[in-house]
Design a protein around this ligand. Structure first.
Ligand code: AMP
Ligand code: GLY
Length: 425
C-alpha cells in the first residue's frame, strides 16, 4: 500500500519539497498543512497552522500518516518531533533539544569548542556591561566584530559591526531593549571572518549521513549584495568555489564531527543539517547551523536530487541511513525569487500575477506568497514566487532562468538580476 505523507509549511521551500515528494512511486496521498495555492496542485491542503502542534498531531494520528516532514524551524523548536515520536509516529526532523543547533548560538558555539569544529573565535556574555567592555578589544584594533543574539530572531539577530558605536548599539537592542525577547538574554561576540559564503546540506539519521548539495544564497535585496537582508532573493547549486577537495574537508572536519558530537551529547541529530560556511584563507569555518532546509536553496536543490526523496527522508527518520546512496545530478540549478514592492520592508499585496502560464514547462515555478481567486493568482507575501531552471552549467542555467523570469509580471515586482553571477567570475 502507498504511503501517506504530511508536509508542514507553506513557503517556496515546502512547494519544492512537495514537488519532489509527489514524484515518489511509494506515495499514496500527500497532505500539506497549511500549504499554498501552488502546493494545492500536488497536495491535499488542510487548514492547520505550522505551530498548532495539537491539531497536527491529531490529524496525523487520525489519518494514520506514515511520514511527516517539517519545513520551518518554529515547530521543531517547539518540540513537534518529540510529540510525534511519543505517539509512535514517524517524523523527519530534529527533536527540540537537537534543534538547539539552530535555536541557540551559545549551545552551538560551545559544542564547536568542545569538539574542535572550525568556527570564528568567540566569547559569550549575559552581562551587558561586560559585553560592552569586551567589544573594545576588537574595535581598539579597528577590526569589525560580530554580535549575535543567542536565540531565534527571525534572521535579524546578527550584526556585523564596523566600529564600537555600531557594536554597542547592537548590544543595546539585543540585551537592553530586548528586541528579540529572551533570545537576547545572552550574546555571542565573535571575530569577523572573511571569504565567500557557501551553504552545504546533508541529511542525518543521528549516526550516519547522506551528503546532498552545496548552494549559495543571495541574502541582500539588491544586485551586488547591496541593501538590507532578506530571507533570500535567490540561490544556485554547486558554486565553483566549493571544490571536491573543499567538500571532503567540510565532510571530515564539520559534518561528520557535528553528528558525532550531537550523539555524544545525548541529543542525536536527525534531520537536515544546513551548514552556513565561510570559506576563509584558513579553510572552511562554520558561521551557523540550521535545523531545516534553506529557503530558497531548497527550490534549487530538489531538482538536482535524482533519487526518490520519500524513502530517504523515511530512512533518516527511522535511523536507517548507513550505506544509503543518493544520486545527484551533475549539472546545476538556479532559483530567482520574485518579490513584492517594498519587500523586505512592509510590502504591497493583492497584485494580480501575470504570465505564469507562459513559462516554459521545463522551468519550475514554486509559490511562496500567493493566493488564488477565480482562477487567477494574486500576491500575498513578500517573497511571491521562485523561478527555477536547471542547466548543464551555470551560464546556461542563468540565461534560461532570466528568460523565463521576464515572462512573469505583477505591479512593482522586483528581483535580483545577478543570481549566480559570482560563479562566472
Ligand atoms: P548567522 O545567522 O550566524 O549565519 O549569521 C547571519 C549572517 O551574518 C551570515 O550569513 C554572515 O553573512 C554573517 N556572519 C555571521 N557570523 C559572521 C562572522 N563571524 N564573520 C562574518 N560574517 C558573519
Ligand atoms: N536562505 C536562508 C535560510 O533559509 O535561512
Amino acid at each position: 500500500m502507498g504511503k501517506k505523507v504530511l508536509l508542514i509549511g507553506q513557503g517556496g521551500r515546502e512547494h519544492a519539497l512537495a514537488w519532489k515528494i509527489a514524484q515518489s512511486p511509494e506515495l499514496e496521498t500527500l497532505y500539506a498543512a497549511p500549504g499554498n495555492p501552488g502546493m494545492a496542485e500536488l497536495c491535499e491542503c488542510i487548514s492547520i497552522e505550522v505551530n498548532d502542534l495539537d491539531k497536527l498531531l491529531q490529524f496525523a494520528l487520525a489519518e494514520k500518516i506514515d511520514l511527516t516532514v517539517v519545513g520551518p524551524e518554529v515547530p521543531l523548536m517547539e518540540g513537534i518531533v518529540d510529540r510525534f515520536y511519543e505517539n509512535g509516529l514517524t517524523i523527519f526532523g530534529p527533536t527540540a533539544s537537537a534543534a538547539r543547533l539552530e535555536g541557540s548560538k551559545v549551545f552551538t558555539k560551545n559544542l564547536f569548542k568542545k569538539y574542535s569544529i572550525p568556527t570564528a573565535k568567540y566569547d559569550i556574555f549575559s552581562d551587558m556591561e561586560l559585553a560592552r567592555e569586551h567589544i573594545k578589544t576588537y574595535t581598539d584594533l579597528e577590526k569589525p566584530v560580530v554580535i549575535k543574539a543567542d536565540g531565534l530572531a527571525a534572521g535579524k539577530g546578527v550584526v556585523v559591526a564596523a566600529d564600537y558605536l555600531e557594536a554597542s548599539q547592537a548590544i543595546d537592542s539585543i540585551m537592553k531593549d530586548k528586541e528579540f525577547g529572551a533570545a537576547g538574554d545572552q550574546v555571542v561576540i565573535e571575530e569577523c571572518l572573511f571569504g565567500q559564503e557557501v551553504s552545504f546540506f546533508a541529511i542525518s539519521d543521528g549516526k550516519s549521513f547522506v551528503p546532498l548539495v552545496s548552494a549559495q544564497d543571495h541574502k541582500q535585496v539588491f544586485d551586488n549584495d547591496e541593501g538590507p537582508n532578506t530571507g533570500g532573493m535567490g540561490a544556485y547549486c554547486n558554486p565553483p568555489i566549493y571544490t571536491p577537495e573543499l567538500h571532503q574537508l567540510v565532510l571530515d572536519t564539520i559534518i561528520a564531527p557535528v553528528i558525532e558530537a550531537m550523539a555524544a551529547e545525548g541529543t542525536p541529530y536527525r534531520g537536515v543539517l544546513y551548514a552556513g560556511l565561510m570559506i576563509t584563507e584558513d579553510g572552511p569555518k562554520v558561521l551557523e547551523f540550521n535545523a531545516r532546509f534553506g529557503d530558497p536553496e531548497t527550490q534549487a536543490i530538489m531538482p538536482l536530487i535524482k533519487s526518490d526523496i520519500l524513502p530517504l527522508l523515511e530512512a533518516a527518520a527511522q535511523g536507517r541511513l548507513e550505506n544509503y546512496q543518493v544520486e545527484i545530478d551533475t549539472g546545476t540549478c538556479i532559483c530567482v525569487v520574485l518579490a513584492s514592492g517594498g519587500y523586505p520592508g512592509s510590502y504591497e499585496k493583492d497584485k494580480e500575477i501575470q504570465g505564469i502560464d507562459k513559462v516554459d514547462p521545463d522551468t519550475l515555478i514554486f509559490h511562496a506568497g500567493t493566493v488564488k481567486r477565480a482562477g487567477a493568482y494574486y500576491t500575498s507575501g513578500g517573497r511571491v514566487l521562485a523561478v527555477v531552471s536547471r542547466g548543464e552549467n551555470i551560464k546556461k542555467a542563468i540565461d534560461k532562468v532570466y528568460k523565463e523570469v521576464r515572462k512573469i509580471n505583477f505591479d512593482n515586482m522586483h528581483y535580483r538580476t545577478d543570481i549566480g553571477s559570482k560563479a562566472l567570475i
